[in-house]
Design a binder for this molecule. Structure first.
Ligand SMILES: *Cc1c(COP(=O)(O)O)cnc(C)c1O
Length: 397
């Protein structure tokens, strides 16, 4: 924990970078990415070739990504959202078919279930990790459950094996055990029980949006799977679906993005190391501070720390927590977010279709506080941010 003198000293060194929070932080780019992009454009200047149809280096990027994650297949798409849509459509949901989705989530997963004609059954989160609680999945699985769709919410893996065990115990009468699908938009580069995130489950979707752990020029995504049928379906449907004679549209990645992705992937582990370095240093600076619990990283996890999520004490839930976010931004120039409160509270269409059925998650989310973290943050900047946070918490009294 920092002393008052240390706090005062740290606050004198205001960062030169504006450490915003989602959605305002970008990735680290270098000359390698610039060269890769330029080369890809130069190749496309051959009039007899142009940019081609999913031409090199798109397959090379997919192969490198599959190897990194440890899956047989990886299919590149233009962003995670369409990737999630593709995997949900691959389930061929019938009216009344259920997908268990945690409500503490970005809007993408439940919207994709809606789009694919399924019914969202909201799952509660675990209060320490904010990940879909397996005990609640066990309570909510029925003979209509086709899929369990957790999100690796702050960049740490959801307990995939626990969901798979539950699915195996309660198989659907026609389709067998519910498929477990991971939304890893925020978790690229994280690990779980000796595997990389994206290996476990039927399919996993990653985002390379500008604010994520690695990025392909601001937009991009990837689907990973060991199931050839799902890979073939995704590959076909991202290009109008003729190969599998299914509905499809265009969701392809460009070769310039793929060329940049290859370079970002080479740096990904160093980005994650940087995030972990900042998170652990901050844990030390904040250890023992009254009124907050530090991010929890259970045994077997390799948290990517896409978000650094604290939990404030019950007395500070809601309004007081919001006041801290405002002070951090207005008085110290540091971004904080709540990622995320139950998505049915921000999207009426989700509440109207699937109700608001996770009171515990609403309470947990009212105590969540994600404080800006980035692999390029210096020790001084991390100290400044920690000192600012302690100062704001002290003001609450
Ligand atoms: C960012 C994000 C998405 C969407 O990713 P895009 O690539 O922007 O489509 C989906 N799910 C979660 C959890 C996200 O954080």
């Amino acid at each position: 924990m920092m002393t008052q003198a240390e706090i005062a000293a740290a606050l004198k060194k205001r960062p030169t970078v504006a450490w915003r929070s989602e959605p305002l932080l970008g990735s680290i780019y270098g000359q390698e990415e610039i060269d890769a992009a330029t080369n890809a454009i130069k190749e496309a200047m051959d009039i007899s070739q142009g940019f081609g149809f999913s031409a090199s280096p798109i397959p090379e990027f997919e192969a490198a990504f599959a190897e990194y994650v440890g899956t047989k297949y990886a299919v590149a798409v233009n962003s995670a959202g369409p990737g999630i849509d593709i995997v949900m459509r691959a389930l061929k949901l019938q009216p009344g078919d259920e997908v268990i989705v945690p409500s503490i989530n970005y809007q993408a997963a439940p919207l994709a279930v809606l789009g694919a004609g399924g019914k969202v059954v909201w799952g509660e989160a675990d209060p320490k990790t904010y990940l879909l609680d397996p005990a609640d999945v066990e309570r909510k699985i029925t003979n209509r459950t086709r899929c369990i769709f957790p999100v690796h919410i702050h960049g740490m893996s959801a307990p995939m094996d626990a969901y798979m065990e539950i699915a195996a115990k309660h198989p659907h009468p026609v389709y067998g055990p519910a498929k477990v699908v991971g939304d890893a938009a925020r978790a690229c580069g994280g690990g779980y029980k000796g595997t990389k995130i994206g290996k476990m489950g039927w399919g996993t979707i990653f985002s390379f949006h500008t604010m994520k752990n690695m990025t392909t020029l601001g937009e991009g995504g990837m689907i990973t799977t060991d199931d050839q049928e799902l890979a073939d379906y995704a590959r076909s449907v991202r290009m109008y679906g003729s190969g599998v004679e299914a509905w499809g549209t265009s969701n392809v990645m460009t070769k310039v993005q793929a060329a940049v992705g290859i370079e970002q992937l080479k740096k990904l582990d160093s980005f994650i190391d940087g995030r972990r370095r900042v998170a652990y240093a901050r844990n030390k600076l904040l250890a023992g501070v009254e009124g907050i619990e530090l991010p929890y990283e259970p045994e077997g996890q390799h948290h990517s720390y896409y978000l650094y999520a604290l939990t404030v004490k019950k007395e500070w839930a809601g309004e007081k927590r919001n006041q801290v976010i405002k002070w951090m931004n207005d008085d110290f120039g540091v971004g904080c977010v709540v990622a995320n409160a139950p998505s049915y509270n921000s999207r009426r269409i989700l509440a109207e279709n699937f109700g608001k059925t996770t009171p515990l998650s609403e309470e947990y989310a009212s105590r969540m506080l994600c404080v800006s973290l980035h692999p390029a943050m210096s020790d001084d900047d991390n100290r400044y941010i920690s000192a600012a946070l302690i100062t704001c918490l002290q003001r609450l009294g």
